[in-house]
Design a protein around this ligand. Structure first.
Ligand code: ADP
Ligand code: MG
Length: 210
């Protein structure tokens, strides 16, 4: 069983945080957001606590809390902080499962030289790739899959988010040779209950054991 899972995606704003909330709830996992860029309104950690129904002890604190909603390297520069990508290590959860959410897509810079994907490669933790189902997703998804393969990062599978688009989903999974984990539809209302039911209907806990 993979104790630790990285939730990443093809882009920002595609539903990684909502997915991570549902996944942490499904697996009884703890959640960790290493770099939070943007502190106005709800942070990703508070969204996950609310929508995943996670108690405070299942949300680890973010090593980097940056004020500006921007790429981590830029948000850090604005705050006069340097992100030390080499020193970013996964906290010990004492055997509890951990869902880790990146920022944006795979190739977001953390500083002048490191990309988030380099950190994932160093951690050697399996990844779930979240992908939209809307137009444009095939290109973004296949590029992301190739980048993961190039660095030898284990990909547990793709989690689609949005309305059903069987042809795009088929093309991505076939051409990229990746497992389809399921699809989380747009939920309205979006609550802990609706997310939990949609997750139970769309994803199997066993698929997240590598
Ligand atoms: N399955 C969903 N149903 C309804 N709204 C969603 C869903 N997934 C994402 N959203 C909404 O889309 C926006 C972006 O989602 P978020 O999870 O924050 O994206 P990311 O973490 O990839 O930046 C948020 O307002 C969120 O509430
Ligand atoms: Mg997010």
């Amino acid at each position: 069983m993979s104790q630790r899972i990285v939730v990443t995606g093809t882009d920002t704003g595609i539903g990684k945080t909502i997915f991570a909330a549902g996944l942490a709830d499904l697996l009884g996992a703890t959640y960790w957001k290493p770099i939070q860029a943007g502190l106005e309104g709800e942070t990703d950690s508070s969204v996950v606590a609310r929508l995943g129904g996670l108690s405070g002890d299942r949300i680890l604190s973010e090593p980097y809390r940056l004020r500006t909603p921007a790429s981590p390297h830029h948000a850090a520069a604005i705050d006069g902080v340097r992100i030390d990508a080499d020193a970013l290590d996964v906290p010990d959860t004492g055997g509890r499962r951990l869902v880790i959410e990146g920022s944006g897509g795979l190739m977001v810079p953390l500083d002048r030289s490191a990309l988030y994907i380099d950190v994932f490669a160093r951690w050697r933790i399996p990844v779930v790739l979240c992908a939209r189902t809307a137009l444009g997703t095939i290109n973004h998804s296949l590029l992301s899959i190739e980048a993961l393969q190039n660095r030898g990062i284990e990909l547990l599978g793709i989690a689609f988010i949005g309305e059903s688009n069987p042809e795009s989903e088929r093309a991505i999974c076939e051409i990229g040779s990746v497992r389809r984990l399921g699809r989380l539809p747009r939920l309205s209302p979006l609550t802990n209950d609706t997310l939990r039911s949609a997750f139970a209907a769309s994803f199997k806990s066993a698929d997240f054991d590598s």
